[in-house]
Design a protein around this ligand. Structure first.
Ligand SMILES: [Zn+2]
Length: 156
């Protein structure tokens, strides 16, 4: 199913939240969780949940680790209420590349543990306030482990 996936839609508010977070955290990497739905091979990101980058300060310009407390609380929230009714769940993660471009690094591929989840990368340009975003789907295992680029559509 995931093999046929070619596009990711993201709500305008979620998109803006990621862009703002990437600029705010500059020159460090920001990170967070993408919450939404996956139906008929299409991923939709409804919410972007920002999280602290819990790595030591000296590492945060080139690496990230999502605060596990945020993930824990989020998983509990998703099991109830409106999220549950809408079948929203974690569809992927985002982080920023303040020193580079919005392409995944080797560490990003190594760290993307689950097949079928999205890795969204934001490259903020602090001087202009512009943020470039690209999204990738994790596919394959072992030697076939790879990212496939997704078309990004902003909604609303
Ligand atoms: Zn990265």
């Amino acid at each position: 199913m995931t093999a046929g996936l070619a596009a990711l839609t993201i709500g305008r508010a979620a998109y803006n939240r990621i862009a703002a977070h990437a600029l705010k955290c500059f020159p460090e990497e920001c990170c967070g969780v993408l919450v939404g739905t996956r139906r008929a091979g299409r991923v939709h990101v409804a919410h972007a949940v920002t999280a602290a980058n819990v790595l030591p300060k000296r590492l945060r310009m080139r690496h990230f680790e999502i605060d596990p407390a945020v993930l824990f609380t989020l998983q509990r929230t998703l099991r109830e209420g409106r999220h549950k009714r809408l079948r929203e769940r974690v569809v992927g993660y985002f982080h920023s590349h303040p020193l580079g471009v919005a392409s995944p690094s080797g560490a990003d591929l190594a760290g993307a543990h689950e097949v079928g989840l999205v890795t969204l990368i934001a490259a903020p340009e602090q001087r202009t306030g512009r943020v470039t975003m690209r999204a990738f789907l994790r596919l394959g295992d072992g030697a076939a482990r790879r990212f496939r680029p997704l078309r990004l559509h902003i909604e609303g």
